[in-house]
Design a binder for this molecule. Structure first.
Ligand code: HEC
Length: 106
């Protein structure tokens, strides 16, 4: 029962994502598909996965294009970046770059 509920929730979110992707997407909507690895708001808690929040927009754009064009190699990111248009890359990079990171010494 529980599994069925989870499954239909998963199918529903896939459906919603597909619909969102078919329409014009804003940066937050595109970023939604990144947070499972890069963390909520782009603060990563996963080893081997960098935080994106607060990184310079120009750097994020260049890295995403390099993943997409195969100049930077990473199995998962190469596949993900291929789904992004130039417009998607600019929007999602701008969204993650908008976060301001405050540093404090422990
Ligand atoms: C399945 C997990 C996963 C998903 C989903 C994912 N990423 Fe990544 N991403 C990674 C990993 C792992 C790396 C580190 C790659 C490496 O070691 O070179 C990475 C690296 C990056 C980098 C390079 C960051 C740096 O500091 O050099 C950018 C930019 C990036 N991802 C953007 C995105 C965006 C935008 C999305 C969503 C559209 C996304 N990623 C979705 C796992 C993921």
């Amino acid at each position: 029962m529980r599994f069925t509920t989870l499954l239909s929730t998963a199918l529903l979110s896939v459906g919603l994502t597909t619909t969102a992707f078919a329409a014009e997407k804003n940066g937050a909507q595109i970023a939604h598909s990144c947070t499972m690895c890069h963390g909520d708001n782009g603060i990563s808690k996963m080893p081997g996965t960098p935080s994106l929040a607060g990184q310079p927009e120009i750097y994020l754009v260049s890295q995403l294009k390099q993943f997409r064009d195969g100049q930077r190699h990473h199995e998962q990111m190469n596949v993900i970046a291929k789904t992004l248009t130039n417009d998607d890359i600019e929007k999602v990079a701008a969204w993650f770059a908008e976060f301001e990171i405050e540093l404090k010494k422990r």
